[in-house]
Each structure stands twice: as structure tokens, then as C-alpha cells.
Design a protein around this ligand. Structure first.
Ligand SMILES: *Cc1c(COP(=O)(O)O)cnc(C)c1O
Length: 407
């Protein structure tokens, strides 16, 4: 018999590192999700920029089912056809010539940072080991990746942290000039900061970061775990920055919810992860790879990518119209379908109220920090779902403003 579980069960059996909301979704289709009570939600969150083709996409379900009948897992003692096909496709679509598979964004970044150190070690020496990243950045939750990440709250109490890591203000080239040196092995950045508040890199800044890296013989690592695989309207966001990184990491949308991550690089740099230097039990698992292959076959089309740009306009227009009525946002920004709406100063800190009320209204949204509402819906969300969801968002705003004014 299936055990009966409720939200209360969470507090009885789970480590309290999350504080999930009361709803327990049980089914999803496209950009709609239903909970145990049959209540329907429009999904503007996409599982935090993950379900880029929505829920239960028939092509992905079929790819997974077919592979499930064939082969689940071997090990990296042998290779497998889905992994090789996926790697080929990723190299065809990007600057990269070599691919390493992992199971998450954090693991892809862990591999990227280890590779950057190892490459510098091989070509210069152990003193060239410093990594520079940016405040507010997010790169994962392993000890190395939280330390590279620019949010001190995530490393507090977990020290001693790995050394040789420095942080710089994002979009501040003068500060970076003061930090970078010949001891720098890598500069790590998100082309658009996701968790940090949906903050895009300035084009001129990105270009100058590339030049500084070249001048100091440091690798440029782009963390595209959130921005990649069509999210910003190009297959990877770097294409829009006009800057090519040396190492790029991907995850989230790559598996549409099936755990998979990838680190992409050039042949020359890849050679520093020589036989035996790094690995993963599940990385390159055929189930994950067959799904990721189907994902990129669909997302990599002009139809889907141009659809992202069109939907971006619909969202921005809709949010501006709401803002004209309620004056809640001081900035509406983002790229493609990674959209941030920053609350006006009078509402600072109230992001979580909008988040909580949106669920009551039948809408799933995200926040990025205390002041920014973040939307990261499916890249193929139907226009009528955008419209209906924005109506629910407007109702959310109405209720939150009413509640706050009566307090
Ligand atoms: C989500 C995210 C990660 C971490 O990915 P996990 O799969 O949770 O390990 C890393 N970098 C960025 C930019 C992310 O948005």
C-alpha cells in the first residue's frame, strides 16, 4: 500500500534545509500543474529555469521510455551511444570541442573550476591558482562552488573554505583590473546573474573581461547553468554577448528536469583533465543523455529560439501594463525568458509575499533575492497561458497591496 503523506510529513522526515510551500503538485502538462486537491496552477517558474519545454513533453517522455526499455546505466568504464551523440551535438552547437558530463550545475562547475586550476598547473605552475568571481553570483552548493559563488551567507559556518578565491563587483571593470594578475587561473561569471537578481552583464564589460583574461593568460569560465539552452533566446547567452568563453557549464534546462550537467571546453584545455584526474559515476548516463539530446533537438531550432524573443516581448509588455496601474516595479529587465521585476523601494523585502500569494491565485513564480520577482517559464509556453498567468499575477499584486495597506 502507498503511504499517505502530506506537507506535515516534510517536517517529520526531511532535513529542514528547505521550507517548501503548502502545495504538493502531483501532475503537470505543458505550462500547467495540478496539486493533490485538483487545483490548477500556471507555471511561470519552470522548476527554477529547468522545465524549458514544460511538463510531460511527449517527445521527451517517449525518448525516456524508449531508453528505459534499452539500457539504464553502465559506467564510465564503457561509453554509450546517447552520451556520444549528445556530446557531438553540443560541440556542433557551440565553440566547444570537448564535453564532460555531470549530474547537476554544481558538479559541472566543480569540474570547470578544477579544470581551470589543473590547466594553469600544467602550463604555468601551482602559483597560478587564483579564481575571481563576482558578488551575487551563484555557482552551486558544493564547498568549492559556494566559495566561488558571491553570496557569503552560503559559506557561513562551513569553513575552512577552499582558498585562492576573490570576488569582484559585477559589471565593474576597474575593480576587476585591480584584482586580476598573473596568479589568476580563471575568471568565472554568469552572462546574466540569475539567483543574484536577474542582472545582465554589460556588453562592454563582458568584452573587457575577455581582454583582461587574455592579457593575464587566465581562462574565462561562463556559468550558463541558468542562462543556457535557449533561455535567453540564443542557444547559449554568450552568443549575444559577442564573447566566447574557454569553458562553459550547462545544466538545468539541458535535462528539462532529468538530472544532467555538462562542462564544455576546447580540445587544448580539455587535455588537462587527463585520464584518471576527474570523474563521476552517473555523468554521461544514457537515460540523462537521451533526454538531453531530445531537449536540444527541439530547443536548438529557429522556431523555438525566435519564439523565446517573441514571448519576452509579451511578458515585458504585460508587466509594464500591470506596473502602469499599480506602480510596484522600479525595473523590469532580463533576457529572453529569464525576466526580473524589481520591486519599488517601498515594497523592498516583500518579494516573498508576492510569491506566497501567487500560489493562492493559481500561479507559480520565483523570486531572486528579497526584492526581485523572477519569471523563468517554459520556452514554449502558449500565449494564452502567458495572458492568463499575467491576469493571475495582477490579482496577486492587488491582494498583496491590499493586505499590506491594512497592516
Ligand atoms: C542553479 C544554478 C547552479 C547550480 O545548479 P545545481 O544543479 O543546483 O547544482 C549553478 N549555477 C547557476 C548559474 C545556477 O543558476
Amino acid at each position: 500500500m502507498t503511504e499517505q503523506v502530506t506537507r506535515a510529513t516534510f517536517d517529520e522526515v526531511m532535513v529542514p534545509n528547505y521550507a517548501p510551500s503548502d502545495i504538493i503538485p502531483v501532475r503537470g502538462e505543458g505550462s500547467r500543474v495540478w496539486d493533490k486537491n485538483g487545483k490548477e496552477y500556471i507555471d511561470f517558474a519552470g522548476g527554477i529555469a529547468v522545465t524549458a519545454l514544460g511538463h510531460s513533453h511527449p517527445t521527451l517522455v517517449k525518448a525516456m521510455r524508449d531508453q528505459a526499455d534499452q539500457l539504464w546505466h553502465l559506467s564510465n568504464v564503457m561509453t554509450n551511444e546517447p552520451a556520444l551523440r549528445l556530446a557531438k551535438k553540443l560541440t556542433e552547437k557551440t565553440f566547444a570541442e570537448r564535453v564532460f558530463f555531470a549530474n547537476s550545475g554544481g558538479e559541472a562547475n566543480e569540474a570547470a573550476f578544477k579544470l581551470a586550476r589543473r590547466y594553469a598547473y600544467d602550463h604555468v605552475g601551482p602559483e597560478k591558482h587564483e579564481i575571481i568571481s563576482f558578488y551575487k553570483s551563484f555557482h552551486g552548493r558544493t564547498l568549492f562552488t559556494v566559495t566561488v559563488g558571491g553570496q557569503p551567507k552560503y559559506t557561513e559556518g562551513f569553513e575552512p573554505a577552499p582558498g585562492g578565491i576573490k570576488h569582484c563587483d559585477y559589471n565593474d571593470i576597474e575593480q576587476l583590473k585591480g584584482l586580476i594578475s598573473d596568479k589568476t587561473c580563471a575568471v568565472v561569471m554568469e552572462p546574466i546573474q540569475g539567483e543574484g537578481g536577474v542582472i545582465p552583464a554589460n556588453l562592454e564589460f563582458a568584452k573587457q573581461v575577455r581582454e583582461l583574461c587574455d592579457a593575464h593568460n587566465a581562462l574565462l569560465v561562463f556559468d550558463e547553468v541558468q542562462s543556457g539552452v535557449g533561455r535567453t533566446g540564443t542557444f547559449f547567452a554568450y552568443e549575444q554577448l559577442g564573447v566566447t568563453p574557454d569553458i562553459l557549464t550547462s545544466a538545468k534546462a539541458l535535462g528539462n528536469g532529468f538530472p544532467v550537467g555538462a562542462m564544455l571546453t576546447t580540445e587544448k584545455i580539455a587535455s588537462s583533465l587527463a585520464f584518471g584526474t576527474h570523474g563521476s559515476t552517473y555523468g554521461g548516463n544514457p537515460m540523462a543523455c537521451v533526454i538531453a539530446e531530445a531537449v536540444i533537438d527541439i530547443i536548438g531550432t529557429d522556431e523555438v529560439l525566435s519564439g523565446v524573443k517573441k514571448r519576452h516581448e509579451l511578458y515585458v509588455e504585460g508587466l509594464k501594463a500591470i506596473n502602469d496601474k499599480y506602480n510596484v516595479f522600479k525595473d523590469i529587465r532580463g533576457m529572453g525568458l529569464l525576466i526580473g521585476a524589481e520591486l519599488v523601494d517601498e515594497l523592498a523585502g516583500h518579494g516573498k509575499d508576492f510569491f506566497a500569494e501567487s500560489a493562492n491565485q493559481g500561479l507559480l513564480i520565483l523570486v531572486a533575492g528579497p526584492n526581485v520577482i523572477r519569471l523563468a517559464p517554459s520556452l514554449i509556453i502558449p500565449e494564452e497561458d502567458i495572458k492568463a498567468g499575467l491576469e493571475r499575477f495582477e490579482n496577486t499584486i492587488k491582494v498583496v497591496l491590499e493586505t499590506l495597506s491594512t497592516k
